[in-house]
Write a protein of this length. Sequence first.
Length: 397
Amino acid sequence: MTDFAATKAMFDLPAGVLYLDGNSLGPLPKAAVARVGDMMRQEWGEMLITGWNKAGWMGMPTNLGDRIGGLIGAEPGSVVVGDTLSIKVYQAVASALDLSKGRRVVLSDTGNFPSDLYMVEGLLRSLNAGYELRVVEPAAVADSITDEIAVLMLTEVDYRTGRMHDMKKLSQQARAQGVITVWDLAHSAGAIPVDLAGCNADFAVGCTYKYLNGGPGAPAFIYVAPRLAASVRPALSGWLGHETPFAFDLNYRPGAGIERMRVGTPPVIQMASLAAALDIWDMTTMSDIRARSIELTEMFVALIEETCPQLTLASPRDPHKRGSQVSFRFEDGYAAMQALIARGVIGDFRAPDIMRFGFTPLYIDEDDVRQAAAIVSEIMQTRAWDRPEFKIRQKVT
Ligand SMILES: *Cc1c(COP(=O)(O)O)cnc(C)c1O
């Protein structure tokens, strides 16, 4: 069993704060500060450009990819890090469409994160080849997988409610119909066990600044099933995905396997911080994380429902059907969340009325859950949120 007191001690959490927003931005791993400082002084500072070889910067996207792969059930050598998640969505869907000649529909759902849908809309417009993005209700996805569909693009865990798709079942169904799958694991990686290989998924993407704690702006990752990696067209064909970047060949030839999904120069400073964050994952297993996350979310739901009749559970009641977050609906949810943040309980708000709380066992324990729930019920009972200053909308909610 994981020593969660030991993992909590690996984070620099500000005093007086109960941080329930690690699903949006993970907190600072203590070791990241020294790791980034060392990288800057000893590698960038001392080695200058020779750091690409000497310090192994060029190999970091696949090294980190393999470490993340271990948390999402990916085969070795099937994950690479780089760019942002929105970019990786574009790359994955473009590559997937290439494999499904003749079909013209990308299927997704209304539970998807808007950026994923925007990226696909933009892509389809550029292709200008009669493609259609079909967006259905989450519950209608299974029935909408037909032989008309080229690509099924879904986010496994709904960012607002935490509702989970049955990834294994939908992937199998898609495969049986000749549909290529693209799974977004933004709220899955580091939150719940994922078995990409076991699901026979085709592509997956995700980010490293949420549950993986890589820091603001940490790079995204992309997975390509090994059975496709040697034949897939990377779509974003940058020089570092070329077979021999330093041959400066004027003709593009894709690199071996997952290397071809690299685009340009990797963010070495951000990757140093991500490497430090990933060390903490060596202290635990995804099954321990999941068991603990269920305990914590169940406890929070019970405490809130006992004391806050104003709040309505927006997440599935069955913990096996939701990710590692719990959301409640409340008409004045924005103001209520601002009042909570002022009291040190940091969650977030998602329009129109969702108050979202993330539970991250690496650094949140039962005491934190009890304290947070007590503050939520106090704010609700005293209507402390009902003040003009809590109703001013900020840029990031
Ligand atoms: C967080 C999130 C994003 C964000 O994309 P970025 O390019 O990293 O800003 C995209 N999709 C989903 C499903 C997300 O949860």
